[in-house]
Design a protein around this ligand. Sequence first.
Ligand SMILES: NC(=O)c1ccc[n+]([C@@H]2O[C@H](COP(=O)([O-])OP(=O)(O)OC[C@H]3O[C@@H](n4cnc5c(N)ncnc54)[C@H](O)[C@@H]3O)[C@@H](O)[C@H]2O)c1
Ligand SMILES: O=c1ccn([C@@H]2O[C@H](COP(=O)(O)OP(=O)(O)O[C@H]3O[C@H](CO)[C@@H](O)[C@H](O)[C@H]3O)[C@@H](O)[C@H]2O)c(=O)[nH]1
Length: 470
Amino acid sequence: MQKKVRITVVGSGYVGLVAAACFAEIGHDVICVDNDQSKIDALKGGACLIHEEFLPELLDRHRNGRLQFSANLAEATAGSDAIFIAVGTPQSDTGDADLSYVEAVASEIARHLTHYTVIVEKSTVPVYTNEWIRRTLERNGVERGMFDVVSNPEFLREGTAVRDFLHPDRIVVGSDKQEAADVLSAIYAPLTDGTYFDGESAIPGPLNTNTPAPILHTSTKSAEIIKHASNAFLALKISFINAVSNLCEATDANVEQVASGMGLDSRIGGRFLRPGIGYGGSCFPKDVAAFRSVADALGVDFSLLREVESINIEQQKRFLRKIRSALWTLRGKKLGVLGLAFKGGTDDIRDSPAIALIQMLIEEGCTVCAFDPAGMERAHAVLPVSATMSYAADAYEAAMEADALLILTDWDEFCDLDLNRIKLNLRYPTVLDGRNLFDPKTVSGAGLTYVSVGRPTAHPIREHAVKQTA
Ligand SMILES: NC(=O)c1ccc[n+]([C@@H]2O[C@H](COP(=O)([O-])OP(=O)(O)OC[C@H]3O[C@@H](n4cnc5c(N)ncnc54)[C@H](O)[C@@H]3O)[C@@H](O)[C@H]2O)c1
Ligand SMILES: O=c1ccn([C@@H]2O[C@H](COP(=O)(O)OP(=O)(O)O[C@H]3O[C@H](CO)[C@@H](O)[C@H](O)[C@H]3O)[C@@H](O)[C@H]2O)c(=O)[nH]1
C-alpha cells in the first residue's frame, strides 16, 4: 500500500506550485507555502497564477483536499515529514547563484522544527549548498539528529511542467543518509512503481506512454552537479547548433537538414538541436553562469561554458542584424512581433530573448506591436504601452500595416496562421522567423519574403529591401 507522506513545499512559483499540485496528485498531503500573502490568497481563492498545461485541473482537483495553501511556514513545518525548498536562486552580479532566499527559508525552518524532518533542496543550487543548509540549521541550534538535508533537483520545463513532473526521464535523489533517501523513495513511489498511471484520471505521459520513472540515488554533491551539468549541457547543444546554423548560412546549406542528420545518431539525439535566437528563460542563462562561477571558484578550467554563453549572446545580435539588413534601416520602421514569452507554452518572460530583441529594436528607432498568447500581461510590466510599444489582440492585428512581421517565440499556434491573411495585413510582405516555424517554400508560396535561421533565403534580402525603398 502507498505510504502517504506529509509534505510542505516552500515557494509557489513555477516549480513549487507544480511540485505541490503533483505531490497531491500522487496521493500525498501537501501544504504549499509562500511568503507572498497575495499569492496565497489568490491560490486559496481558485487562481492558478501561471500559464501551465494541466495545472488548473490539478489545482481544482486537490485544492481544499490534499493540497492546502499557507503563508505560515511555522505551522506547516510542525506538521510535515519532508519540506521541499523551491524558492528562487537568481543570478547575482558576479554570476554566482544568489542563495539568500534559500538561506532565509533554512533559517526559518530551523526556528520551527519540532521532530525529525527531511529538508529537500529542490531549487537549483551550486554544489556544497546542501552542506551549507545543514550548517545553517545547526547554527540556528537544531540538533544533528533532528533533520537530514537531501538534494532532489527538478528537471521540469515550463510549458510542459506537469507532464515532465509526473513522467520524468529520471528522479535524482542525492542523500548521504539512507533514512532520508527512503523518505524520498516513498514520496516518488507512485511514479517509480507506476501505480499512479493505473488511476483513471492520471495525466498521461508524452504520446500517452506511461513508463515508470527510474530513480537514481547519488551523493548530495553529485545530485547538485547533475542539475547544473544537465542544464549546461543542454545549453551547449543549443549554442552548438546555433553556431552550425551560422555556418549553414555562410554556405547556403540547410541547418534543419543538418540537425536531422546529426540527431538521427542515437549518441547525439535530435532534441535541443533547434536553432533560433538563442536560449533564454529563468534557468539556462543563470545556471550556465552559476556553473561557470563554481568552476572558477574551484580553480577548474571550464572555459567551454564561456563560449556557450558568448555564442548565445551573439545569436541574438545576429538576428537583429538580419532584421536591419532586411529593412535596410530600422529607424522609423513599424514591426509586428509574434512572441514575448521565452518559449512557447508559458507566460514566463524572464530573460526572454524576444523581450531583449524588442528592447533593442525600440532603441534603434522602431515601433513595435506585439502579440503573445499568454505572455502579454507580464510583458506590460517591462514593456509598458508607449508611443513605440503596443499590444495586439491577435497575430493578424500585430501584422497590420507593419513593415515586417517577426516571429520570436515558438508557440505551436503560430504554425497554423493563415499566411495569406498575414500578407494582406502587412505593409511589406516580409516575415523574419527567429524560430524556424515554417517551411520556407510554404511562406514563399504565399508571396512573402521569408528569412529564417540557418536556411537558404528565397530572395536575397538586400535586393528586396532596395526594391521596397525605391
Ligand atoms: N522555472 C523552472 O522551469 C525551473 C525548473 C527547475 C528548477 N528551477 C529552479 O527552481 C527554483 C525556483 O524557481 P521558480 O521558477 O519556481 O521561481 P519563482 O520565482 O517562480 O518562485 C519562487 C517563489 O518563492 C517564494 N519565496 C521566496 N522567498 C520565500 C520565503 N522565504 N518563504 C516562502 N516563499 C518564498 C516567492 O514569493 C515565489 O513565489 C530556482 O532555483 C530555479 O532555478 C526552476
Ligand atoms: O532546441 C532548442 C531547445 C530550447 N531552446 C531554447 O532554450 C530555452 C529553454 O528552453 P527549455 O529547456 O525548453 O525550457 P526551460 O523551462 O527553461 O527548461 C530548462 O530549464 C529548467 C530549469 O532548470 C530545467 O528543469 C529543464 O530541464 C530545462 O530544459 C528557451 O529559450 C528555448 O526557446 C532552443 O533555442 N532550442
